[in-house]
Design a protein around this ligand. Sequence first.
Ligand code: SF4
Length: 463
Amino acid sequence: MCGIVAVSGTPEAARIAYLGLYSLQHRGQEAAGIASFDSATGESSRVREAGLVSDALNEEKLTKLPGDLAVAHIRYSTAGGAGLKNAQPIRERYRAGHLALVHNGNLTNANLLRERLFQEGALFQSTIDSEVIVHLIARSRAETPDQQIADALSQLEGAYCVLITVDDVLYAARDPYGYRPLVIGTLPGGGLMIASETCALDIAHATYVRDVEPGEIIRIRNGEIESVACLPGFVAEPQPCVFELVYFARPDTRLWGYTVDRARRAFGRRLAQEEPARGDIVISVPDSANSAAVGYSEQSGIPFELGLIRNHYVGRTFITPTQAGRDFKVRMKFSPVREVLAGKRVVVVDDSLVRGTTSRALVNMLREAGAAEVHFRLASPPVRWPCFYGIDMPTREELIASGKSVEEIRDYLGVDSLGYLSPEGMVDCVRENGETYCVACFTGDYRAPLVDAEAGLAMSSHC
Ligand code: SF4
């Protein structure tokens, strides 16, 4: 989780980055920050605050971020990882100049690297794995920032997209597996924008140019984009995260070659073929399952209705850091529309089932509202394995599908029938050009080595 933005080659870069953060708010709500660099004065600035973008940043703070280069970050907090000390951008001064860094992803060898750096005398100010990258850059014996960054990134395992500024030069890089998205666009008045999702380009009227490729390091200087290095560890089958399409990315984003809304509709249509249900209406669990439910309705011919209303002033349940907060938000978040549901056989489409606690409460709510039957359909396969690559998920024991059969889950949820999209069906929907994906949380097939986990070290706080 987390979202990152960079803007270069335009006055008031921080204001454009701020717009980008607004579009990426769904990727995290714990903290937001921007670091800027002014090529004319050599001045480096940073603001980072806890809360939503609208709370963390305002006009007064943006005036403190002058310059033609900015990197920005929106933070999602993992358990134990909250607090302003873990907010980004990280900003330091080292021998090559002012350095600022933002990171999305999760390093799977961060604790091993951290321990080594610690033994060598490094002092850490946060508990996030991103700070490890800064230390590796600063301690590299290579001569130029290009080489120092390549040297640092080549020591990392796992998932990362990073945006780094060294004085007036911007670098963008993506891990060799390409787990997380990173796209480049051109701004209408000149200048470049790089962001986690294309929806951040759209808000600034930037034109999508291309993705940062897996394993690529890009340097942007004086408006010129140059691919300066390819990270070692060529991966024949890139592993972009399919869960970004299933749940996490915004529906209007174009990701891995597909508009997210279209991909989710395709998941819903395929789900209707694989798991038909006798229903009078199809409803979605808003908002992330809206597109899949429309697809299910299109394929099945069962009318789509708005049976659940979401309170938008409460955050997304799945990304609430603590269990207590999650339970509270379930009750606050959804309201049933009784006139739509009463006496109906209801097909409920959701994007995924993680713990099952939210869905169980929802099913109760639907029955109380008069639904005659509840048929639950999931537009992704059973989530049986945790994610080590940057999507926050509970432990294996807490994942309902890791310890229960489909029948047991059906009974736990209290539904009349339960059906999941198959792993093959899901990937088939988004494989028009032979694309490959990470599906490890569904299959347990982890491709990037889980170095810390295999060494018995806990995962570090990530972004
Ligand atoms: S394990 Fe799942 S959530 Fe994590 S990167 Fe792979 S597909 Fe995405």
